[in-house]
Design a protein around this ligand. Sequence first.
Ligand code: BGC
Length: 733
Amino acid sequence: MDSIYRARWITTDMSPDDYSARMFQRTVKFNKKVIKAVFHVTALGLYEAYVNDKHVGKNFRFLPGWTHYTRRVQYQSFDVTNLIKKDEAILEVHVARGWFSGHISGECIRMPLALVCALDVVFQDGTKDFYISMANDSWKAAKTKVVFSDIYDGEIYDDRLELHDFQPVKIAHGYNPNDLVKHQGEYVKEQEILPALRLITSPKNERIIDFGQNLTGYVKFTVKGKKGQKFALSHAEILDNEGNFYTDNLRKAKQYVEYISNGRMSTYSPHFSFQGFRYIRLDEWPDNVKLEDVKAVVVHSDMKRTGYFESSNIFLNKLFANTIWSQKGNFLDVPTDCPQRDERLGWTGDAQVFAKAASYNFDVKKFFTKWLADLSLSQGANGAVPVVIPIRYSYTGVSSAWGDAATIIPFQMYLTYGDKKILESQYESMVSWVDYIKNSSDNPYIWNNGNHYGDWLALDVPFGTYKGKTDINLISTAYYANSVNILRKTSRILKKNQKVISYYEKLYSNIIKAFNETFWQNDKLLTDTQTAYVLALHFHLLYEDRINTAVLNLVRKLHEFNDKISTGFLGTPYILHVLADNGYAALAYQLLLEREYPSWIYPITKGATTIWEHWDNIKPDGTFWSKDMNSFNHYAYGAVVDFIYEKVAGIRIDETDPGFKNIIFKPIVLKECGLTYAKATIKTKNGDISAYWKIDGNKILYNFEVPKKSTASIYLSNSYNVGPGTYEYIEQL
Ligand code: BGC
């Protein structure tokens, strides 16, 4: 066991309104030569650690990561052997509030920040020792140059401050060293640097820099000012209709950064805060702005990129690229709804709808394994899954389709990566979520109570309404059935005993029966909405003899809405799949490539570089949806890219042999689809999979690549079962 478990959590006196960072310091002297030194460290808050003035783990940002802090805190271990000089180690750790106790943690939390750490050393003579954080004279605390720090609000850094007014440290009572766990997730790192593209003077006479891309991270700048001179900037995603800097949609998040010069040339970027932005406004800055001195740093979890797509349609390619950017912008240690306004939270519903697309775009196995562990720990004793993970104390509600992240995400990770371990580790959590639904409803087969978000942001209700029209009980029961179905399959995959398997089989068929008896009346679903049919068909809930009618009803609902989508968060990820799976692929393509509002491509015609929260963040007349809920970087609708991989390019998972061990190639190529070629690649642990097709006159050329350890089933006019290799086919259009 690492010696950090013997250390104590320490803190220092701070008023609850003090948002400055604190440093904790200790000098360790050795009287023998050190041949190995490892520094284990973590904080309640965010930290940066230094040994003999050298920043350790410098490549990693926002340590120790965001977990359900009252249940577990990750710690990191750094080999610092090379930093020990003159038989001395000055250990110094700077800690800011971050996710733990900044505004993001919820209004009711004002816990003091705290540190726990330990230095393990091995001496040349083979003996060992350790030095741990504790509340005695060896440790002292002080203010730092970070005089204000908050994830939402930004940072103020006073580079003039040199002298440390040391204070004693004290034990942080209530914190338990047993909550420590070794780092589990992907590290967050600086990933890309974007140059400043242009300097704009707005009608309001603001000096604005445009980076050309909505992104998550921070600005890094090099300046030489006079001592005490301020360099201050604000961040925004968008300019308003007149071209002025627009921050109303950030709500209470200030996204403000200020650097106070010490008179020397310095390069600065915030230490403990990130922003969602494309534009910055220079609030205080000398007249001669040099664009080359100001850069945007893109920061996200270090997931390996796996998925690529291109086609003959530049709008579709841009939609794909925007989705990648929204994933980068919202996979910063946890999957968030948005990276800019005063939310940036691990909303379960958003993560659930996007998880499949996310798993094709990037390798997110480790990322979700960590987040799902926090989901399990956040569940109530009754199995309730809070709507945001890690839990935030003001968001303790439970909603269908949001809580179903507990079943949908582990199962998707199993399908994409073919590893049963995630099902094993999440099994109990999945079971307790289903138990929760069953026990909280008056009827064991229909989920008919509670407060739910429904088909969030659908367009089938009067403008300005958040919850779509689709009946809440219908949605809740549909997701209940889907979760039980997943659990039924998982129990079989994990070879649970027959009694367990039969229990879920029976529960599932009873829910299906109840769904058909309750929600199908006079050849329609109650309610008659696009999303109602999409969910019933996608989750295979309807009796066989009702499917055709339901498909026709869905098509009718689309025609009634001028052949456009009116679905919200829940109907949108599945609508194209349902159409394509039920004989309406041409209509699916028409919706996918539609440029007029509402459609996936409409935002691109308005200059979007990421996925928007609403279909109409910017309305056709150029005005904004509203200021209270208008994120320009919200990945949920980007879920459509799983259709692009699976149906447009044609790379699909074989559920009976997951992890792309057997690949299903089944592209949908139609003359009227409007595309002349498409190509996708997905990198897997077996190697690269690729699918390509091209329309050439009245012929279609296909090319498929099957990696070394995989097999494939190819479905064209004929079907073929093949092993590793490259396969080409030519068919008549
Ligand atoms: C978030 C959503 C989230 C929703 C719950 C919003 O404020 O931004 O994406 O899922 O609340 O309905």
